[in-house]
Design a protein around this ligand. Sequence first.
Ligand code: OAD
Length: 236
Amino acid sequence: MREMSDIRNIVILTGAGISAESGIDTFREKGGLWEKYPIEDVATPEAFERNPDLVHHFYDQRRKALLSVKPNKAHQSLGCLDRAWDGNLLIVTQNVDDLHERGGARRIIHMHGELKKALCLSCGMRSLMEGALAHRPPCPVCKASTLRPDVVWFGEVPYKMDKIYQALARADLFVSIGTSGAVYPAAGLVQEARTLGIQTLELNLQKSDGSHWFDSSRLGRATDLVPDWVSEVLRD
Ligand code: OAD
């Protein structure tokens, strides 16, 4: 195990648990999003083909909900770490919310896309999207009314995996925060990190599906664990 003072390059994976205390529902916990909305109805390309209105409604609601939530202490402390850290750092988030950005972080990859972007099925361009897609606004680039949420659905390939693996290949530390480890390829990053001999740490409310892959797991709320861990990193 390396001393913290030997760590230069960090990759951080985040999931729904980091935004839970901001009031955003997680997916797989009791009462989570996938209990209320079955995946096959709202989160696959086939669902969108079958019932685009329902899919738009689901993501429009979630986009609107972003207006009433704020980044919490966990997002803010990762923002501080990003600003202060002069080694390589990459926050790979599975979250489609914008709370890392609003918490001050800049080095972020949204591997599952972003609620505040739309993807045009005609011209392939991405555009910022604050409002609803259900009423079929035109694409700002080609004007076709063929926008879909710019989120990765089940059966689609997450974004920027090459950049994520490159960052992992030169990392000294991999930290996973607030994710159940149920969805690949994100869930496989810890195994990749181990293969590469990188130190691994999990911060989560409870042990995740892949807990046994980590060198250590700290259990508790993200708003307690993340600020404490960031203080440790910056102190050393
Ligand atoms: P999950 O809902 O699967 O898991 C959330 C994790 O966060 C659980 O392990 C909880 O124990 C933990 N958690 C909850 N509250 C917490 C808190 N206050 N502090 C720390 N941890 C907390 O969400 P994800 O793992 O993010 O993908 O799900 C991964 C992907 O599955 C999502 O990006 C989404 C979903 O299907 C797509 O839609 C493609």
